[in-house]
Design a protein around this ligand. Structure first.
Ligand code: ZN
Length: 306
């Protein structure tokens, strides 16, 4: 063996490694965070308030009153009418592997629940399931959610996080934009409120339809919200986009969303907004509702803009 060989005389030192899942580095401020602290803080960075992505199961738990969630239509499944393949992978196989990973019910979970004691029909896009893309199952579930809201006169709430229409279903996924928008108009006719909560990211066909049709549109801080990506827009209009373009705060400034609300305040904000709608619906208060809005003493009951 050569004299410079490093294999002799050096004691093997065990590699020090941090077990996976204990620490997470903040994507924005690079702070090292304890996973358990992050979970306790609703997956919001404790040093810069960056909102990490929240798994749908956890999102449901922090958004509705404990023990009130009753899920509907979990068994709906997508067909593969086009026999779609991408990179040699069949759409049916993609669906199967997503279901194995995330659970049944495609990219949307809808249920009846209560928020702040008020019964609501609430739905959550499941971003973990094929990027929360909207295909025929998602469209059908949203339509049914809105129909239940009209039938029982309960406000509808939707938490949106989606990459847009599901290309594997071709034109059928584009049709869901019209279908969900039509279902939403039934809510308006019946004067049942609909609140949209836009999470990071809400883009493509979902942003271009049902997500932006809320009576009240609330966004989480720094969420990407828009139809096409900034690069595509820059190439099309041949202009540089302003900083912060397509982020919640920019959209608030330009009147596209009504409120930007931190995740930790989301439930109380929703409850306050629901109470405000409920008060307007009570017949004895209906004539006085305008007065109530103009009376500064009532401000505490109105949806506040952050
Ligand atoms: Zn941070």
């Amino acid at each position: 063996m050569a004299w410079w060989s490093r294999t002799q005389g050096l004691a093997e030192q065990p590699k020090k490694s941090v077990p996976k899942g204990i620490w997470t580095k903040c994507e924005r401020c690079s702070a090292t965070l304890y996973e358990s602290d992050l979970d306790e803080n609703a997956r919001v960075c404790t040093s810069c308030q960056h909102h990490f992505r929240m798994p749908t199961e956890g999102r449901i738990a922090i958004s509705v009153d404990e023990g009130t969630w009753q899920e509907h239509d979990r068994g709906l499944e997508s067909a593969d009418p086009l026999g779609f393949r991408v990179d040699g992978k069949k759409y049916v196989d993609q669906l199967k592997s997503a279901t194995r990973k995330v659970g049944p019910g495609d990219a949307y979970r809808a249920g009846t629940a209560a928020i702040g004691g008020i019964p609501v029909e609430v739905g959550f896009f499941v971003f973990e399931f094929m990027g929360g893309s909207m295909g025929s199952v998602v469209g059908e579930k949203i339509a049914r959610q809105f129909e239940r809201a009209v039938a029982h006169r309960r406000p509808a709430i939707m938490f949106c996080a989606s990459g847009g229409a599901r290309m594997q279903e071709g034109v059928l996924s584009l049709m869901q934009m019209a279908k969900t928008s039509a279902a939403r108009s039934k809510l308006r006719e019946a004067r049942v409120p609909y609140i949209a909560v836009l999470l990071h990211p809400t883009t493509g066909g979902v942003a271009a339809s049902v997500a932006m049709l809320g009576d009240v549109i609330i966004a989480e801080p720094d969420a990407l919200i828009g139809f096409a990506g900034p690069r595509v827009i820059e190439q099309t209009i041949r202009q540089q986009l302003p900083p912060g373009f397509q982020r919640s705060e920019f959209l608030l400034e330009h009147g596209m969303v009504d409120m930007v609300v931190s995740r930790k305040d989301m439930k109380t904000t929703l409850a306050r907004t629901l109470r405000w709608f409920e008060r307007g619906r009570q017949p004895e208060r209906r004539t006085g509702s305008i007065v109530a809005i103009l009376n500064p003493g009532d401000d505490a009951e109105l949806p506040q803009t952050d």
